[in-house]
Write a protein that binds this ligand. Structure first.
Ligand code: AMP
Length: 181
């Protein structure tokens, strides 16, 4: 099963992605993670990606598509996956040729997401300054919300209240991805 997770930063995509991976026995991957790894490389591509990420902007669609499609060719993803962070724009969704079974939208308000991110325990990331966070939220509304519409029309969008307890969100997702919309 190929599942896509969509939500603003702080919506709980990686928490839910990891839980789903465990329960459905399919791997979880995030484009944020792929890009952060690439940004560590001391190559021209690495430096280019780092600069865009730290400003809170998106990597251009064509580049993103090539990198993600290439990554998904790895053997561990052939039986399915839970993909977080892609597609983020309508052109990415339209050009993606890998097949998608269900798209899960984890719905959380901007206020709740900012609150969660400001109080997130542990690591502070270089690409998580308040300005970069605000940029990402703005980009989500402008560029990613139309992606929800794209999948809604295809009748594979599942909308989940992401402001509930972690276990309840997980139960809701499992129930909804296992049945037809
Ligand atoms: P994330 O951890 O998902 O917030 O991703 C971190 C950063 O990686 C984003 O702010 C973008 O700069 C970049 N990124 C991740 N996924 C995409 C995507 N699908 N398209 C363009 N840029 C992306």
């Amino acid at each position: 099963m190929k599942i896509i997770l969509i939500g603003i930063q702080g919506a709980g995509k990686s928490t839910q992605g990891n839980l789903l991976a465990e329960k459905l026995k399919i791997p979880y991957l995030s484009t944020g993670h792929i890009f952060r790894n690439l940004a560590k490389e001391k190559t021209k591509l690495g430096r280019y990606i780092k600069e865009i990420m730290n400003a809170g902007y998106l990597i251009p669609d064509r580049k993103t598509l090539i990198i993600v499609s290439d990554y998904l060719k790895r053997s561990e993803y052939q039986m399915g996956y839970i993909l977080d962070g892609f597609p983020r724009t309508v052109p990415q969704a339209k050009l993606f040729r890998n097949g998608v079974d269900k798209v899960v939208y984890l719905k959380v308000s901007d206020k709740e997401a900012l609150w969660r991110l400001s109080y997130r325990n542990g690591e502070t990331r270089e690409d998580e300054t308040l300005a970069a966070l605000r940029n990402r939220i703005e980009l989500f509304h402008k560029l990613t919300e139309p992606v929800l519409e794209f999948y809604r029309k295809k009748k594979i969008l599942v909308e989940i209240d992401g402001e509930q307890k972690i276990e309840q969100i997980n139960k809701d997702i499992l129930r909804r991805v296992k049945k037809n919309p």
